[in-house]
Design a protein around this ligand. Structure first.
Ligand code: ZN
Length: 71
């Protein structure tokens, strides 16, 4: 019964990309097919280069524990 409720919470991981030209690190929501060290065609917000490399994929956890501890 309760498992359906839990399944509703979808956590989207964040993919961190580093520009190969200027080393700027940028993040965006994870997309299917992303993996660490993959080179992707993403536009660098700083220099405009379109070659970036995935340096990490992290799950942004919801602060449910923090909310509880406030009580
Ligand atoms: Zn750049």
């Amino acid at each position: 019964m309760f498992s359906q409720e839990r399944a509703k919470k979808i956590v989207t991981p964040l993919t961190y990309l580093r520009c190969l030209e200027c080393s700027t690190v940028n993040s965006r929501p994870f997309r299917e097919g992303d993996y660490v060290f993959k080179e992707v065609e993403e536009k660098c917000p700083k220099c405009g280069s379109s070659k970036m490399k995935i340096i990490g994929i992290y799950v942004k956890e919801e602060a449910k524990e923090k909310r509880k501890s406030k009580l």
